[in-house]
Write a protein that binds this ligand. Sequence first.
Ligand SMILES: Cc1cc2nc3c(=O)[nH]c(=O)nc-3n(C[C@H](O)[C@H](O)[C@H](O)COP(=O)(O)OP(=O)(O)OC[C@H]3O[C@@H](n4cnc5c(N)ncnc54)[C@H](O)[C@@H]3O)c2cc1C
Length: 465
Amino acid sequence: MTTKKGNLNDGRSVYLHGKKVKDMAAEPVFSKTLSYIQKYYDLNASDTMFLPPKTHEDLVKKREIYEKVSRESYGFLGRTPDFINTGIAILDAYADVLGADERTNYAQNAKNWAKRVKSEDLFISHAIQNPQVDRSKGLTELLSDGQEFAAVWIKEKRPDGVIVRGAKQVNTLAPLADELLVFNLPGLAPADKDFALAFSLPLATAGVKVVCRKPTMKTDYSLKDYPLSGAFDEMDAFIILDDVFVPNESLFVCGSVEKSNAFFPGSGFFVHTAHQDEVRGFVKLEFVTALAVRLAEKLGLSQFLRVQEMLGSLTVNLEMIKSSIIASEVTAHMENGVLTPNMQVLLAVRASLTNYYDEALRAIAEFASGSIVGVPDFREFENEEIADILKASMTSPLINAEDRALLLNLAWDITGESFGQRQRTYEFLHGGNPMWIKNMHWQSEDLTSAYQMLDKVLENAKSEK
Ligand SMILES: Cc1cc2nc3c(=O)[nH]c(=O)nc-3n(C[C@H](O)[C@H](O)[C@H](O)COP(=O)(O)OP(=O)(O)OC[C@H]3O[C@@H](n4cnc5c(N)ncnc54)[C@H](O)[C@@H]3O)c2cc1C
């Protein structure tokens, strides 16, 4: 256990700035962010997190703890330990779908793993999406073309486990986690047996290489200049599995396309992690909505009708998301003895949040306008040569110079900085391409009563003499 204790120097291979990191604690991008991740443990969130929901009250309790954890990072850390842990909480009830074969008992492995994650309070990071090598080709075709890193595949089968090779394109917070959970989304073709895998391994396993993107964190300035991007960076990483040995007992799927395709929806992970994710999304939407309102007030814009309409639209969006999350709990159903939130509602929330978040960002950018790039380095407010005139010229009856600069810096962090751009990309894509989400929603929607009305009016028209 490393994340909870705060010691990430366990021999893991993490690459940053073109080098292998020797001391994780010496890198602010990791140490500062870790202190935010650890708030999950400070809040003793695990007791509630690992509760398999049986009643409506349980779901409400879980929502409240997701919200609490999320508020610690204002919703800007998406993959805190509660995300995967809420799926692990119900794995015991679902694992039998994974079955067994002559190699191992996958269902039992998953149950044992869930027990260990709970008892050791581990932080699990998940790696699903395959690198965008050539989406026009199937995985088996890519491998036969020599593309060994287009996905993760079984290179060698041994009696005690398998050697896997390959890559996953983005794994959020992997450098700070205890273990990597590697699996596929549904969609493997019948020929893709060698790609049919699901397993979890400690970060420090030989051959696991975690290659970080360039940080968005600003370390050379004060938090006054970069209130969020100076505080944490939800690091994403490219994962390389360079001939990694996975012991039989760590395998949840191996060689079965059917089981691989069933893993995400069939393990209960999808719906319960979605519940956590949408609550976290709501908290973030609340934050950006509040910032838009504060900017409008402090820049003297809120008496304009157009601005009022924009603000009203943001609060309407917020209300829709809040109510929908509650609706997903009220319309939950029992499945495998677990009270399961309504997935159609959660998918609708995910599909809408991408647009609502963007709308809030557009409002912030429009209100902050050119002022957003006219903010000096905060040290200028201490510069004897110009401090007085700067403060006088930037102070208004509504807000003093420093508070105004701070508010605008926050707006820039969220709309302009690489931190904000990464957050925007995250909101758009982390839950899957919105195209797939909407596609999935439409295919599962029950339109029976709507069709009945439609047929009635058509029949009425046809039967007119
Ligand atoms: C900040 C961030 C953090 C993330 N964190 C994680 C993480 O921790 N773990 C993880 O596993 N994943 C993570 N993801 C990955 C995320 O799950 C994927 O980016 C997302 O699902 C979209 O998949 P993709 O990028 O492979 O794009 P694709 O699905 O390849 O789509 C790319 C483009 O191709 C088009 N396209 C692709 N296939 C088709 C098709 N069949 N028909 C028509 N058009 C098609 C799409 O419309 C789109 O325009 C993260 C992503 C981001 C941006």
